[in-house]
Design a protein around this ligand. Structure first.
Ligand code: HAM
Length: 415
């Protein structure tokens, strides 16, 4: 018995889930390409201070969930809990804030958060994300929300709910902040986190996992927006409507990261239990400047691949991930192994005449035909191509259809 298990909150991605993950990434890459987003791959770990500064020192992610470690030279590093901070770091470090400030990027990869594991919440999970730099127009916000929705529908996910809210800007948020502090000071028995965060970052209380149920009457940012933020929020909605994108305004939506300004959104599904946000994002107009770059507005989103796959499974979409037909090449006579091998290589390279999208297995040169057919059944091959001496001498093969158990002879050049 092996004594090792995948660490708590992590899991191996196997079989149909691995296929689903690749399928989702493939579809996402197609869509990103069509809309002008370029891929960026950033390191899996970064200077821990980057995340503290971007996500915010008083957020749950930074206070409780980061995997922080020191390397051999005593540098404080962290496994990335999300992609936005890394993308902004890369954007500035590669001087893109000066050279190409209006640019669109996407990323896919593992993120790490020390959270309490449950269905849809893991300590290592995958995100697919996009960041749109250098465009402060509400059209960029609408483009990002529509992009996130299109990614989900590209693999067939339906029945999602888009929640949007505005968190205001540096001009209107201070008054909201003040009002919040007054309100929270009148609420009894706040948890220790809320008491500690009340002065430093009262917006965080709205997102508290323990106390938020006590805050049903809390003031909402929407009632404190300045004229320009109100206009901005209205225009985003007009654009969403013009693209037939259904959404609901949700004044209670706050995000677990501090960098947001103005529009924030979440796309939720009823099919995945309590961890129902499949994708989320928003605008963060101050972050590039705060991290030392040129003043550059930005907006983006990320989806959680595992959660999207949970929804896909619930909605019966897994069958559509089985993209290739399995073909097994078998030999009835051992001396035909070389011919069968070169045939298997040929169809793996070129596909069959009636189907280019195949996975090829075999031949095996040590087993009886019966065992080879058993193996073909085990891997759920739909067809077995059998090399037999009699047929091969006439330039022919036997093709067994494993679904209806029929078989037919055909010329090699016909397959
Ligand atoms: P987030 O809401 O923290 O935002 O994460 C985005 C998505 O990642 C969530 O909606 C969820 O689907 C997935 N996710 C988050 N935590 C977990 C977990 N522990 N297990 C499984 N899935 C999870 C961000 O990360 C922002 N960087 C999004 C963004 C991009 N905002 C602007 N640009």
């Amino acid at each position: 018995m092996m004594n090792y298990k995948a660490p708590r909150g992590t899991h191996d991605i196997l079989g149909i889930n691995a296929l689903g993950m690749s399928f989702l990434e493939l579809k996402a890459k197609e869509i990103f390409k069509k809309r002008g987003f370029e891929e960026v791959r950033t390191p899996i770990f970064e200077d821990a201070a980057l995340f503290m500064r971007s996500i915010g020192n008083t957020t749950d992610i930074v206070e409780k969930e980061m995997y922080v470690f020191e390397d051999r030279k005593g540098r404080k590093l962290a496994l990335r809990p999300e992609g936005t901070a890394s993308l902004v770091r890369s954007f500035i470090e590669n001087r893109m804030d000066i050279l190409m400030p209006a640019s669109k990027f996407f990323y896919t990869g593992e993120m790490f958060r020390y959270e309490r594991p449950q269905a849809g919440r893991y300590r290592q999970f995958h995100q697919i994300g996009a960041e749109f730099f250098g465009n402060s127009s509400p059209a960029a916000d609408a483009e990002i929300i529509i992009l996130a929705q299109d990614l989900l529908s590209s693999i067939g996910i339906n029945g999602v709910n888009i929640h949007i809210n505005s968190l205001g800007c540096q001009k209107c948020r201070p008054l909201f902040r003040e009002t919040l502090v007054k309100y929270f000071s009148s609420v009894q028995n706040l948890c220790t986190d809320c008491v500690r965060r009340l002065e430093k970052n009262p917006l965080r209380l709205l997102d508290c996992k323990i106390d938020s149920c006590k805050f049903t009457n809390a003031p909402q940012m929407l009632n404190y927006l300045c004229v320009s933020c109100k206009d901005n929020f209205n225009t985003v909605q007009t654009l969403l409507k013009s693209a037939n994108c259904n959404y609901a305004v949700d004044g209670t939506l706050v995000r677990g990261l501090d960098y947001y300004t103005r529009i924030v959104f979440e796309i939720r599904s009823k099919d995945v239990g309590s961890q129902d946000a499949l994708a989320a994002g928003g605008r963060y107009d101050n972050l590039v400047k705060e991290l030392g770059g040129q003043d550059t507005p930005a907006v983006g989103f990320a989806l959680g691949s595992q959660r999207v796959l949970l929804a896909a499974e619930k909605q019966g979409l897994f069958n559509s991930f089985k993209i290739s037909e399995k073909i097994f090449v078998a030999i009835a006579d051992q001396e035909l192994f070389n011919e069968a091998f070169s045939f298997a290589v040929k169809i793996a390279r070129n596909g069959l005449k009636d189907n280019k999208d195949i996975s090829v297995f075999g031949p095996k040169n040590t087993e009886s035909l019966t065992n080879q057919l058993k193996f073909a059944d085990k891997i759920k091959a739909s067809k077995v191509v059998v090399f037999t001496k009699n047929e091969f001498e006439n330039g022919k093969l036997l093709v067994k259809n494993m679904r209806d158990r029929t078989q037919a002879e055909c010329f090699i050049y016909e397959v």
